[in-house]
Design a protein around this ligand. Structure first.
Ligand SMILES: [Zn+2]
Ligand SMILES: [Zn+2]
Length: 466
């Protein structure tokens, strides 16, 4: 059920059991590590390379589903469902996609004002306006074959339900697992047509508009449904019941003649999530249960990197004097090729002497603040000296913005700035190349509402950002 508290949470929750003691644990979306409430083991989820697969638990019984239909029929003044029905119980697959939505609106805005000189005289003038926004974007799309009556999207449901990694244990025996017909690659390619509705919605306001999706991440979600088919005096009825809440989702009285679209059943690998001890892969020492993507083992100094496909073999920090009130803030740094130096120069201003882009390695909800910090750090970077580190303590803030998202954000950053500066954008992709990737920490300290960097005293960001 959606409670107010649940709605305020950033995402769905995931239920797993502790491999140590079997206790039930609940994780929020965007998790990496957790300490078991029951036995204190340090644990972490290992996400697969393929999109992870989850299942929502059946909560409503067949009886409850029938009652819901009876109530519905009663309200319509119809006779109750008779016992001669055909029941289908199924888990139907959906893709849940999370991405960053980039929107640019450029055009002429007509403004009307009252004249200062002549009473009641309206003067209108036109003003060019560029409006750029970035926002989180979430959607669910069907992954299975077309099935009459099932919803095309899970809507908000996918944001507050509790999900479990797909396993026999969490599935009801008498429910069928429907096959997946649309592979993620196909969905990914079609995402632009799905966001078409968003673009056309505000195209009236402005001339040019561009909507792009960046950094899409997918997971597969099996949702349970009850389908009751029966005939009454007026003909065919199908009721679709939500297997979690027991509510009537749909009532249809006809079936499309061609229910089964002719798809080839593609060979799809389901991403299996596993839960393991949160330990150093080298020596077995427990790692801190603070959620981070990167750790240095306090015992053997070997780096553990949890982002799939990414390997960090060295972590650096800005050389600084040890101060008690310092915190160490993580950043990704990389060289960019494939974009003209002049473009970077125009982004970072005249003093830009570095070929590195520095982007926070922690999640920032406010993209404007993130880009501001990126700009300041990139401009300051040539003045920092770096040194390799071999240990981290609790003053080192966790890394929770994966490298791959940081790269996508950088691309947006450059694109966005080009638009702003009216540099003509060709349709061709940017083809940026990111080289010499480094993870680095820089010291900051708090001065009332801001963190100020402790070396140059030049880079600041709002306290609430981290
Ligand atoms: Zn446990
Ligand atoms: Zn170790």
């Amino acid at each position: 059920m959606a409670t107010t508290a649940n709605k305020e949470k950033s995402g769905f929750t995931i239920g797993v059991s502790c491999p140590g003691c079997g206790g039930e644990l609940e994780l929020e979306d965007n998790f990496f590590a957790i300490e078991c409430d029951h036995c204190g083991s340090a644990l972490r989820l290992v996400m697969p390379d393929a999109p992870p697969t989850f299942v929502a638990e059946v909560k409503a019984t067949k009886q409850e589903a029938r009652y819901a239909i009876d109530r519905y029929l009663k309200e319509q003044g119809k006779p109750l469902i008779h016992s001669d029905y055909q029941l289908k119980r199924m888990y139907y697959p959906y893709w849940k996609v999370d991405a960053i939505l980039f929107r640019l609106r450029k055009g002429v805005e007509k403004r009307v004002v009252l004249s200062d000189y002549t009473e009641n005289q309206e003067i209108s003038y036109e003003k060019e306006k560029t409006d750029i926004s970035l926002s989180p974007y979430t959607t669910t799309l069907t992954a299975g074959m077309k099935y009459d009556g099932l919803p095309n999207t899970l809507g908000l449901r996918s944001d507050y339900i509790k999900l479990f990694p797909l396993s026999e244990e969490k599935m009801e025996d008498d429910f069928d697992l429907l096959p997946i017909y649309k592979p993620w690659e196909e969905i990914r390619k079609s995402l632009h047509t799905h966001i078409g509705a968003i673009s056309s919605f505000d195209s009236n306001l402005f001339g040019v508009n561009k909507t792009e999706i960046y950094s899409p991440r997918a997971m597969l979600l099996y949702f349970p449904f009850y389908l009751f088919d029966f005939y009454d005096t007026e003909g065919f009825n199908r009721f679709v019941i939500d297997g979690v809440t027991g509510r009537v989702l749909n009532h249809i009285t006809t079936l499309a003649s061609n229910t089964q679209e002719s798809y080839d059943n593609p060979n799809i690998t389901l991403g299996e999530i596993s839960i393991i001890s949160h330990q150093c892969h080298n020596c077995g020492e427990d790692l801190p249960s603070v959620e981070s993507l990167v750790y240095i083992c306090r015992n053997c100094q070997v780096i553990t990197d949890l982002e799939p496909g990414v390997e960090i073999d060295e972590i650096e920090e800005v050389v600084h004097q040890t101060e008690q009130n310092n915190i160490l803030v993580p950043f990704w740094a990389f060289k960019i090729s494939g974009v003209q130096e002049s473009t970077l120069k125009s982004i970072f201003g005249g003093i830009y002497r570095s070929d590195r882009v520095i982007i926070p390695a922690f999640r920032v909800k406010n993209y404007n603040a993130l880009f501001k910090l990126c700009k300041r750090m990139s401009a300051a970077f040539p003045q920092f000296k770096l040194d390799k580190i071999s240990k981290m303590d609790s003053t080192y803030k966790p890394v929770n913005l994966p490298l791959n998202e940081a790269l996508a954000l950088t691309e947006i950053f450059i694109t966005k700035d080009r638009y702003k500066k009216n540099i003509n954008q060709k349709k061709a992709p940017l083809n940026l190349k990111f080289d010499e990737i480094t993870l680095l920490y820089a010291p900051f300290h708090l001065e009332s509402y801001f963190y100020v960097d402790s070396v140059l005293q030049a880079v600041t960001f709002e306290k609430s950002l981290i």
